[in-house]
Design a protein around this ligand. Sequence first.
Ligand SMILES: Nc1ccn([C@@H]2O[C@H](COP(=O)(O)OP(=O)(O)OP(=O)(O)O)[C@@H](O)[C@H]2O)c(=O)n1
Ligand SMILES: C[C@](O)(CO)[C@H](O)COP(=O)(O)O
Length: 238
Amino acid sequence: MTAEDDRVWAVVPAAGAGTRMGTEVPKQYLPLLGRPLIEHTLERLLSHPRIAGVVVAVAAGDERWRALGLAGRPGVTTVTGGAERCHSVLNALAWLLGQGHGGAWVLVHDAARPCLSHGEIDRLLEALAEDPVGGLLGLPVRDTMKRAGAQDRVAGTVPREGLWHALTPQMFRTGALHGALGAALDRGELVTDESSAMELAGHAPRLVPGRPENIKVTRPEDLALAELYLRQQGGSTG
Ligand SMILES: Nc1ccn([C@@H]2O[C@H](COP(=O)(O)OP(=O)(O)OP(=O)(O)O)[C@@H](O)[C@H]2O)c(=O)n1
Ligand SMILES: C[C@](O)(CO)[C@H](O)COP(=O)(O)O
């Protein structure tokens, strides 16, 4: 294995508007324990010894990102995001390809998931080190799952055996993921995660158990939960 293949990069899609949060400030910039949410996320990634660098996709003209000063931190590269998460990820992957990292593993991790632990990153790297496809962190579904019909009436119960929540990071070879994502977008498939693109390309990514604390801050009530989890980690990266 060449030294290049052993390097691991991270891509952080951070160009969203946070509509479901209902705040004027995009959620990745909301304060969490006194620091912008995205700062916690980037710190988790940048402090991991196997991660060579982080490519952050931010909205065009994002003044908050510029004002944060994180763009100038060693190991951080900024690219412009796109209309959807998949476009933002594709732009970041294109930068990595342009740098000659097509053979390297890339971990795509939502900026909105600040409670990621080093233990999860380690599990992902160990489980997929020799995997021909790659994979993602996930959580088996614990509740009985219902499919809603008209007027939110139960249309049916979905068997939960084998159902998982997809989390991030999702880990694939940069070149393979860029190709699969580009092909999905060419077909008009605005995939909501990287695994979907790889599945459309005919692959079966591996699911690796993540932690319930690795939540995606999406709605207002998620902020308090993320703060609780970060306090429980007590500043450690887990
Ligand atoms: N065009 C977009 C949309 C989303 N994201 C990022 O993708 C991650 C997961 O997306 P989501 O939780 O949906 O964030 P938003 O799109 O900002 O939220 P909403 O759907 O509520 O607007 C977030 O870190 C978000 O910043 C992105 O980089 N580019
Ligand atoms: C990537 C992801 O976090 C996996 O669950 C999710 O698909 C992001 O979806 P969103 O609609 O962009 O929040």
